[in-house]
Design a protein around this ligand. Structure first.
Ligand SMILES: Nc1ncnc2c1ncn2[C@@H]1O[C@H](COP(=O)(O)OP(=O)(O)OP(=O)(O)O)[C@@H](O)[C@H]1O
Length: 325
């Protein structure tokens, strides 16, 4: 079997703060193969974005990677010279963020921003070809009359169009890995499906590897064969999406499933998880979910690692075996 395109082992990312170091990603392992989609879910502040900003080399100081190995296409990204990492990021790894306004440059037209990427990476030989390709790409992400709108500035686009333009820019260099951080949050249901369909097509036809960070479990269920659930900087459960969603083996995953609305069952009562995420600057070595967990026992104060929990899954809960039906 081919090695995965991206493999992360033991990632630990820390932000020094006045209250002490905040460990925003702690002992994170993950793998994404070519043509695969991994869904990443978890409440706000669970470390989803920090994990992938670390992978892409986009952490802002004073945040820094303290430990771990990040292999991309067989290269150790932590040992790569800065310029090489930047080149790799432009060409082979891309990020599409939820905040399209800050990702687009207000001073340049949408067309310029797409053609620049196409020309820089020599995907288009000249400006004429670049404009034609830019229009085609914008059409694929659902921008109507794209050829006529190349000379519009970002402020002339609606919020949803800006979001799609940003996705087009992130795909322009034909990256092998796309990290999509809530990329479709601002879009209505139809457009969201259209953008996700495009990502599916690129995955199947071009082997694009996709890390889809989202709060929307329905999207993960539909689009991502594998899922990783994060809580307080750690992976608490990972494995085949169907198994994780249908038969969670971590109380946090179960809580998350019960707290989120489902499209197919909008009248189902929602049960928010009581309590709050622990302060990441004040962690003890035990299970981080135990103060909110209905299944917590005294033993949960001891350190707990990810363990196989059946059906190809891993769970960071000592009571996972009891959760089997
Ligand atoms: N610049 C920073 N300084 C200090 N702590 C930070 C900084 N950036 C992130 N963190 C910490 O990292 C934690 C994880 O943040 P992250 O953005 O990865 O969460 P997330 O799971 O992506 O949340 P969301 O779903 O809201 O995007 C935060 O709770 C915060 O404590």
């Amino acid at each position: 079997m081919n090695p995965p395109l991206l493999s992360v082992r033991g990632l630990r990312t820390v932000f020094p703060t006045r209250r002490g170091p905040v460990v925003a990603a702690d002992d994170v392992d993950l793998e994404i193969a070519e043509g695969e989609a991994l869904g990443i879910v978890g409440e706000s502040g669970s470390g989803k974005s920090v994990t992938f900003l670390s992978v892409l080399g986009l952490l802002r100081p004073p945040g820094r990677i303290e430990a771990g190995e990040i292999l991309f296409a067989g290269r150790d990204l932590r040992r790569l010279p800065h310029a090489e990492l930047r080149a790799l990021r432009g060409r082979q790894m891309a990020l599409a963020m939820q905040d399209a306004l800050s990702a687009l440059n207000p001073a340049f037209t949408i067309g310029t921003q797409v053609t620049e990427t196409l020309l820089t990476h020599r995907i288009a030989p000249d400006m004429r070809a670049a404009r034609a390709q830019a229009a085609a790409l914008l059409t694929r992400v659902g921008i109507p009359a794209a050829a006529e709108r190349l000379d519009d500035y970002p402020h002339q686009f609606s919020g949803g169009m800006r979001q799609r333009a940003m996705i087009a820019i992130s795909l322009a260099a034909r990256p092998r890995l796309l990290v999509a951080d809530e990329p479709t949050t601002a879009l209505d249901v139809t457009l969201r499906a259209q953008v996700l369909d495009l990502l599916d097509t690129l995955r199947r036809e071009d082997g694009l590897a996709l890390a889809l960070i989202t709060h929307d479990l329905a999207v993960v269920a539909e689009r991502c064969p594998r899922v990783m659930v994060m809580y307080a900087g750690q992976v608490v459960e990972s494995g085949p999406t169907e198994a994780v969603i249908a038969r969670p083996r971590h109380p946090y995953t179960r809580g998350l499933l019960e707290s989120l609305p489902r499209l197919e069952d909008p009248d189902r009562p929602l049960h928010p998880i009581p309590g709050q995420v622990p302060d990441l600057a004040r962690l003890d070595p035990g299970c981080r979910f135990r103060n909110r967990c209905g299944m917590a026992i005294a033993e949960c104060a001891a350190p707990v690692t990810l363990q196989p929990a059946g059906e190809g899954r891993l769970s960071r809960c000592i009571r996972a075996p009891e959760m089997a039906p």
